[in-house]
Design a protein around this ligand. Sequence first.
Ligand SMILES: Nc1ncnc2c1ncn2[C@@H]1O[C@H](COP(=O)(O)OP(=O)(O)OP(=O)(O)O)[C@@H](O)[C@H]1O
Ligand SMILES: [Mg+2]
Length: 450
Amino acid sequence: MNKGTNIILVDDDTALRHATRQTLELAGFTVRDVPSASQAFALLSPDLDAVVVSDIRMAGMDGLELFSRIKALDPELPVLLITGHGDIDMAVRAMQNGAYDFIAKPFAADRLVQSVSRAADMRRLVIENRRLRKAAEASQDDLPLIGQTPAMEHLRQTLRQIADTDIDVLVAGETGSGKEVVATLLHRWSRRNRGNFVALNCGALPETVIESEFFGHEAGAFTGAQKKRIGRIEHASGGTLFLDEIESMPPATQVKMLRVLEMREVTPLGINEVRPVDLRVVAAAKVDLGNPAERGDFREDLYYRLNVVTVSIPPLRERRADIPLLFSHFTARAAERFKRDVPALTGDIARHLDTHAWPGNVRELAHYAERIVLGITPPPQAILEPSGATEGLSLPERIEHHEGNLIRQALRDNDGDVRRTLDALGIPRKTFYDKLQRHGINRNDYTDPD
Ligand SMILES: Nc1ncnc2c1ncn2[C@@H]1O[C@H](COP(=O)(O)OP(=O)(O)OP(=O)(O)O)[C@@H](O)[C@H]1O
Ligand SMILES: [Mg+2]
């Protein structure tokens, strides 16, 4: 029951310190004991789940000075003072100053254990409250999930309910609907928020790179693997693993991922050992993986494994009442970022907000708001090619040049999204990556900076 909270015990009397330590350990506490106040102070940090039990009279820094230093470090960290005969007045004053309790020597084991237990309970509550407060602040500030339609209220409520559990979550929604926002909130509102939030884009990497990126490798596991590398999955241990665009995960990786999800362990390449990982997995998909027609080569067993809880984000056109709120949020943000005034809402803008279908959902709306703030109209759809760029080239060279432009245009139209770019170009993944390399195109230049 007392697990988690560390008891830091300070006394320069070795025999008494050991006896007290034993009493506390018998009661189930984890105890660190040190002979001086300065050593005790060195162990502390704000937000530490700890209770300090300190003697008052000690050589060097005494218990009262330790108490006042701790107050400056973290005023809510409980300090229990152990006092000799002559120090009771002093101890009472310390309590008026915020010390948690004082215990007069000689004391009964029960009296100490009771007081330490209460202090530990209080400490845990304080830490839990701070965590919740931080999560609430985070959700208000830089990463809002805006929307007052019933669908969004319901979404927020669901997220609050499941964030704190370790349950794996599948987030479904069209492009730009807020899947990454949802995944990030699930992490921030969870107990895992001190661990890493590791986002893996399953469609962004060529198959050969995925395996060593995800699972890591031992030095010399394959040509080019000079140094050992900790995989990104392992990096997420203790935190949240976000598998983005899961529908684009290559089949071979799906098999390995299924194993990770089932066994909660990874096997780096070139090594004969498994490493346990403590994961919360959030996966995002743009297609309905439950529908065999949309699932494509996505494994059914992996789908069922991921689909413990599915959170669906409705497309923007199904919650149009949120559009004005989102638009005013994005224009305000853009005005601040670009140091411009928030523009007046003209009839044209209102009509566009009202009638446009928003296939790119919230992201499209955010980009539209930015363009309005900057006073620019949408770029022309035509491929702009400087005249004379291909002059003097042979026909195959001109075709090559044109191909590069078409690929760039497709990436631009699809915000660098691989799946959609592949669909638009109608070529296999491998061909696509070969071509990127040949034309020296970096897909990341086209992805959304958000
Ligand atoms: N409800 C919302 N409130 C405020 N901002 C939002 C909301 N939903 C999405 N956004 C913003 O819209 C943009 C797109 O959201 P996000 O990246 O989460 O979409 P996505 O579903 O992951 O898209 P894709 O499938 O293309 O990766 C981001 O800038 C995000 O901050
Ligand atoms: Mg995304």
